[in-house]
Design a protein. Structure first.
Length: 221
């Protein structure tokens, strides 16, 4: 193994003083369901200055059951579930069509917090997906209009040409529909909240969906 890489790896630190705030977390005060705690922690991450708190890891499985993961943007979280979007013909869109179950992971190092979510995934009505897309930025619409997500790209010049045309269309017709754009809702079976501790006595509170509500349990770190 490259010695410089090893040096860099071993010199890297997490939760440095002045960078990370290790807050106490008493699971006994947690609400009966995970959504209110998620929105509270999200607001606290924003207030603490966590960059891009709305980005998350999305894990899916392909047709053969092999896992895949990537970083995507959270589009919302409510009683319908945690929402994200993509083209239905993208790799993750194809995965979810074959195996409609996924996992999400949030990491907010400014507060030494993680949230892990797993559950079945459903698609929202097309009108909801289009409304969500058109409520976003011109760049988001242009990227959606460019299409071809996860397909093999012939050259960067081809990307530049297609993207320029999509930007022009997005700017002149901001209500242009993108039929393949799909909004997904992950309705969780489990939601785990992880609060880091300086002594490595990390607090892990796990919610499990049960008949008629949620069950809470502590997990060993």
């Amino acid at each position: 193994m490259d010695s410089e890489f090893v040096r860099l790896l071993r010199s890297s630190r997490v939760w440095e003083a002045g960078v990370t705030e290790l807050r106490p977390f008493d699971p006994a005060t947690a609400p009966a369901s995970p959504l209110p705690l998620f929105t509270t922690w999200f607001a606290e991450a924003v207030t603490a200055g966590q960059p891009e708190p709305h980005t998350m890891s999305l894990a899916t499985s392909d047709e053969e059951g092999l896992p895949d993961v990537r970083t995507v943007m959270l589009h919302g979280a409510d009683e319908d579930g945690w929402a994200f979007a993509t083209h239905d013909h993208s790799a993750k869109g194809r995965h979810l069509a074959a195996r409609p179950y996924a996992a999400l992971g949030f990491y907010w190092p400014t507060l030494a917090r993680q949230i892990r979510i797993r559950g079945p995934v459903t698609t929202a009505p097309s009108r909801e997906a289009q409304s969500d897309l058109h409520a976003r930025s011109t760049g988001a619409l242009a990227a959606a209009l460019t299409g071809h997500q996860s397909e093999v790209l012939g050259s960067l010049e081809e990307l530049a040409t297609e993207s320029a045309a999509a930007w022009d269309r997005a700017q002149h017709d901001p209500d242009t529909p993108v039929p393949s754009w799909t909004l997904y809702h992950l309705q969780p079976d489990t939601v785990e909240f992880f609060q880091g501790d300086a002594e490595r006595r990390h607090v892990r509170l796990n919610y499990r969906r049960a008949e008629g509500g949620w069950t809470k349990e502590l997990l060993w770190p």
